[in-house]
Design a protein around this ligand. Structure first.
Ligand code: NAD
Length: 291
């Protein structure tokens, strides 16, 4: 297929290259020449604009920073440039309302569109092992599924337009809050004289267990692959966790949902980012809790 890929940065670059590997003809556009150079070196073609990339494409994928960029790209260019039978896939993490309104605007034009945000960082984007949470009509989901499968290990239909984003921010709100609770517990255990490894051995098999503890433990040692073992470098940046918690707070305000734990998590990640640790992995919040 001829696939237009708009936004080939840290995530989109690896994703576009996996589409090339799957045998697709990928035409990429990005404002950054460096980002474009990486994908052209891997076999994609560079387009001079989003419209040129989308012209005649079977599929259009976007992987952009935030809702404002996504809205601008679709409303200014992509809706008009898309073929009537093209499949439109936005993989960016954006606010539910923008995703929902763009999905509805696409449907009103007779275009198939899904919001398909991802779980998994740049390593999963490069390896083609992302999880996609997809919102949109059933027919649009069915059309997008084989393309998403070339970039991920799981593709799940979450519901109508915007529901992929809803699933993503609800999931990450749990993640932000459980990471803080887990980190607090390790600091308290430390201060009480309980060995971190011993506490892990007990709690990972007891009711305190969570992904934050057993896959991403915030202290070095118990889980050798967790970012704590490399001084919190790489991984899922605290600034991106803060972005997702802000999106969750915005959605909660619109929907009239009480999310006090999500709100606390947002405040603490804001403090971490304000202190200059935005590019560290989000499990580095334990350093803030230690004082
Ligand atoms: P990034 O900044 O590395 O990439 C975004 C790219 O979009 C950049 O290369 C930028 O030049 C380009 N861009 C911006 N405006 C554009 C426009 N109008 N036209 C064309 N290109 C444009 O960001 P990223 O880390 O790849 O993240 C992309 C999205 O994925 C974000 O919504 C982020 O929240 C989400 N996400 C990121 C991660 C992660 O670990 N990095 C994980 C899950 C989800």
């Amino acid at each position: 297929m001829h696939i237009a890929f708009i936004g080939v940065g840290n995530m989109g670059g690896g994703m576009a290259l996996n589409l090339v590997t799957a045998g697709h003809d990928v035409r990429a556009f990005d404002l950054s020449a460096d980002a474009l150079a990486r994908v052209t070196a891997g076999g994609a073609t560079a387009a001079a604009s989003a419209g040129e990339a989308a012209d005649g494409a079977d599929v259009i994928v976007t992987m952009l920073p935030a809702g404002t960029h996504v809205r601008a790209a679709y409303e200014a260019t992509l809706f008009a440039a898309a073929r009537a039978d093209a499949v439109l896939i936005d993989c960016s993490t954006i606010d539910v309302e923008t995703a929902r309104s763009l999905g509805e605007a696409a449907a009103a034009r007779g275009l198939a569109m899904v919001d398909a945000p991802v779980s998994g960082g740049t390593a999963a984007a490069d390896a083609g092992t992302l999880t996609f949470m997809v919102g949109g009509p059933a027919a649009a989901f069915a059309a997008a599924q084989p393309i998403l499968e070339a970039m991920g290990k799981a593709v799940i239909h979450a519901g109508g337009p915007g529901m992929g984003q809803a699933a993503k921010i609800c999931n990450n709100m749990i993640l932000g809050a459980t990471m803080i609770a887990t980190a607090e517990a390790f600091v308290l255990a430390e201060k009480l004289g309980l060995e971190a490894q011993t506490f892990f051995d007990i709690s990972s098999k007891a009711s305190g267990q969570s992904w934050s503890m057993t896959s991403y433990c915030p202290v070095p040692g118990p889980v050798p692959t967790s970012p704590a073992n490399r001084d919190y470098a790489g991984g899922f940046a605290a600034a991106l966790m803060l972005k997702d918690l802000k999106l969750a707070a915005q959605a909660a305000a619109t929907a009239g949902a009480s999310t006090p734990m999500g709100g606390q998590a947002e405040s603490l990640y804001q403090l971490l980012v304000n202190n200059g640790f935005g590019s560290d992995d989000f499990s580095g919040i334990i350093r803030l809790l230690r004082g």
